[in-house]
Design a protein around this ligand. Structure first.
Ligand SMILES: Cc1cc2nc3c(=O)[nH]c(=O)nc-3n(C[C@H](O)[C@H](O)[C@H](O)COP(=O)(O)O)c2cc1C
Length: 178
């Protein structure tokens, strides 16, 4: 059976080192289905996912990542990369907030948590040259790339990264300014 949701959330880490064990297609589909069930602006579901399993296609991504990106190596070694995209015309803008980003980010995190539940690792990566990436992969002009994750079986068990305590980030009833 699957892990408890809190076990999944507590144990997820950004994974930057992968084994070469291939990822089962049914696991990839299970993750994508979890992403598909995310909430979105007016349920318009602006997200799109480009799943790269072909090593030649995966290699096309590399030049778009700066050498200083700590996850760059994972993109070349993980057996799968998923390019998480959005069609902004299938979402809304309110109060200056472009919700295609929120919609797709939620779906992306569903995908990452589902991967964790299936024993797989991910690493949300946002530091790349979008124009280079789009041209290398032949993505349509109107599509935005929201993030990319390598996907595979983890070859590392990173410790939990620090987080701010609830007392720094939560207010009950009144917003307290110092
Ligand atoms: C929007 C976003 C962009 C990120 N971009 C990158 C990236 O380009 N390269 C990378 O190695 N990690 C990237 N990360 C991963 C963060 O560094 C990581 O989530 C954070 O350090 C907390 O660690 P954890 O995910 O293991 O809890 C990104 C995370 C988010 C949410």
């Amino acid at each position: 059976m699957y892990m408890d949701i809190f076990e999944v959330i507590d144990n997820r880490r950004s994974i930057r080192k992968y084994t070469d064990r291939p990822v089962e297609q049914e696991k990839i589909l299970r993750m994508l289905d979890a992403a598909r069930l995310a909430p979105s602006w007016k349920n318009m579901q602006c997200w799109r996912f480009l799943v790269l399993t072909d090593p030649e296609r995966k290699r096309l991504l590399l030049d778009a990542f700066p050498d200083g990106n700590p996850g760059k190596n994972a993109i070349s070694t993980a057996p799968v990369s998923i390019v998480v995209c959005a069609d902004p015309s299938e979402s809304g803008v309110e109060n200056g907030i472009e919700y295609y980003i929120a919609d797709t980010a939620i779906a992306f995190e569903h995908l990452c948590l589902a991967a964790q539940a299936l024993g797989l690792g991910t690493c949300w990566m946002g530091w790349y040259d979008e124009a280079m990436l789009k041209s290398a992969l032949g993505l349509p002009r109107h599509i935005r790339v929201i993030g990319i994750t390598p996907l595979g079986y983890p070859d590392q068990s990173p410790k939990q990264r620090p987080r701010k305590p609830l007392s720094d980030i939560v207010f009950f009833n009144e917003w307290i300014t110092e």
